[in-house]
Design a protein around this ligand. Structure first.
Ligand SMILES: Cc1cc2nc3c(=O)[nH]c(=O)nc-3n(C[C@H](O)[C@H](O)[C@H](O)COP(=O)(O)O)c2cc1C
Length: 339
């Protein structure tokens, strides 16, 4: 069964196809965006539960790029130590640690910070004054991507996910609904993304996996589309090792999620780019997870809220689908003696 087949992405050796997608826990040290004991226990628990790939939550490349004051950060060297403890904890429990790096742009709700955006276009009814980024601001953020990638490498992450989804800064540059600039970054809305990838490529090793998380659609008239994404991904200055296919988040939109509702988008991006994809979105039901992988909609399946509810989901699936040998050794009695 594909669910339990290993997969190699660049040099990441994934033991199965289950992924913990990035999920902000708003539990970092308020002062310095540092890793806390909560993060160590939280991620180690999912690693113990046999998730193959863990993508640590959106981590800010600059202080003003945090979504909230409680977000993790990787904007200075002293944050490396906590991150290194986290990668060690995840690896020791048998999962592969990776990190999502982000700048929130106009979706930041931090206090005492600038609120940068490609254009001064409001996010829904956010009561925030936006500053249209100057070319100097842009250069500083691009430098921060380069440095964040270098720190993520030093901390021992084996994979790096560029957050270009959910209406955060890169997505804001890409969507015509949030980018009204008349300079080069408005004429070519993918320029900021391309420069961010080029900056990351300078420090993130070639033999470590690099991928992008996208919102394949804004669910809005005039927003980004899967066809845009296929073109942008093919034009990137470094070839991505895979794509994590999500959707939405740019502005309020009318969407009615149902189990697996994003899988057709994942399949479209997979076919259009020829790259492996992570599928996500209400993959809560066992048969749906199996079918998404067997049917070729996605190569990896990410379970978000389900893994918050049940860190041992991978163990449950291994037991249910005839692979008791894959259940965490220390927990086998919980399964054998269930009745
Ligand atoms: C508490 C929470 C925090 C989240 N934080 C992030 C994040 O940091 N980065 C991101 O790309 N997506 C984030 N998401 C979205 C999830 O990664 C995932 O795409 C979403 O929950 C849908 O998957 P699910 O239906 O399996 O939960 C978050 C979701 C939740 C529930």
């Amino acid at each position: 069964m594909r669910l339990f087949e290993p997969l190699k992405i660049n040099n990441m050796e994934l033991k199965n196809r289950l992924v913990m997608p990035p999920m902000c826990m708003y539990s970092a040290c308020r002062q310095d965006g540092g890793v806390t004991d909560f993060h160590l226990a939280h991620y180690a628990a999912r690693a113990i539960g046999q998730v193959g790939l863990i993508i640590v939550e959106a981590t800010a490349i600059r202080p003003e790029g945090r979504i909230s004051n409680e977000c993790l950060g990787i904007w200075e060297d002293k944050q490396i130590e906590g991150m290194a403890r986290l990668t060690k904890a995840i690896k020791e429990q048998g999962a592969v640690p990776s990190l999502q790096i982000n700048h929130a742009g106009r979706k930041a709700v931090t206090k005492d910070n600038r609120h940068l955006a490609p254009s001064a276009v409001a996010y829904n009814d956010h009561p925030v004054t936006y500053e249209e980024m100057t070319s100097r601001d842009i250069e500083e953020v691009l430098d921060a991507y380069r440095e964040a990638a270098s720190r993520a490498d030093a901390a021992g992450f084996e994979g790096l996910e560029i957050h270009a989804a959910h209406g955060y800064l890169i997505h804001q540059f890409l969507s015509p609904l949030s980018n009204a600039r008349d300079d080069a970054y408005g004429q070519d809305r993918s320029l900021f993304l391309n420069k961010a990838v080029a900056a990351i490529d300078e420090t993130w090793p070639k033999d470590k996996a690099l991928w992008i998380r996208i919102s394949a659609t804004d669910w809005l008239e005039g927003g980004v589309t899967p066809a845009d994404w296929i073109k942008w991904i093919k034009g990137l200055p470094r070839k991505m090792d895979m794509v994590h296919v999500s959707a939405g988040g740019l502005q309020k939109a009318s969407v009615h999620p149902y189990p697996g509702y994003l899988l057709p988008l994942a399949a479209q991006i997979r076919n259009g780019t020829g790259l492996p994809v992570i599928g996500v979105g209400f993959l809560d039901e066992d048969q749906l997870i199996v079918q998404a992988l067997e049917g070729g909609s996605c190569d990896l399946a990410a379970l978000g809220r389900e893994l918050l509810r049940n860190p041992n989901k991978a163990n449950d699936l291994a037991w249910r689908y005839g692979r008791p040998d894959l259940v965490t050794a220390q927990y086998t009695r919980a399964y054998k003696e269930r009745m």
